[in-house]
Design a binder for this molecule. Sequence first.
Ligand code: IMP
Ligand code: MG
Length: 177
Amino acid sequence: MQKDIGEVLITETEIKRNVGELAERLAADYEHKGLTIIGILNGSLIFLSDLVRHIPFPVKIDTIRANTYIGTSTISKAETDIVNNISLNIKDEHVLIVDDILDTGKTLSRIVEVIRSHNPLSIKVCVLLNKAVRREVEIAPDYCCFEIENKFVVGYGLDFDNKYRNLPYIAVLGEFR
Ligand code: IMP
Ligand code: MG
């Protein structure tokens, strides 16, 4: 697999450190409130599973899956279909939505709307990576492990053509993919 992979942008050690620090912030912010974490499939899987194991009180976990594509009605308008919705009742719960990366913001902003319709007490957004220069929809992460530049990255949950999610670090793709 290594021959497909270009420059390593974020090492396994750096990921461990920042995920641990972020979990400490979450623990402090939610300790006395309770927390329901909703992971966006499939990208959030690895990040979510490491993150929750650093949180020292019981949390509820659910997932949601969405597909974002360019709609046919208006050329530039993206549409997001919810493919698998949540199954927990989150009314009056504090909710944290977790994803791998905030890129254009289309997927996450739509998912925030869908979650809001379930009437939780609060909604915050937590991402491993923030690619702020790519933003098209106004949305900022409440919690973020790393700011990155405008490069397509894989590993630690992020894929290219559904591959490379299992890399323990984050890298740009090499030439021989
Ligand atoms: P958005 O709706 O443009 O913000 O799309 C976010 C989704 O695009 C993420 O959940 C990722 O699945 C995918 N994505 C965006 N940038 C990258 C990247 O650099 N590598 C892998 N997937 C990416
Ligand atoms: Mg993806």
